[in-house]
Design a protein. Sequence first.
Length: 78
Amino acid sequence: MRKIPDGVFKPKLSTGERKSDVTTTVAMQITESERAARESKTARLRLERLAYEEANPPTGATGTQKAGATRKKRLKLM
């Protein structure tokens, strides 16, 4: 018995199904390109931040302001 080649009896897609497949493919390509752009931007910014932190080490003078001073400032702004 001979083997039937693939695609001979494959059902034809309707017009709506073809349009839906095209839309799905395009949407997936767009989201994939946005994901790749976001990941590359994140990696670039991370490298820049690490280089900045290496060039400008923290002085250890964080939190020198009194805790109440920030609360008072917040209350004034309201």
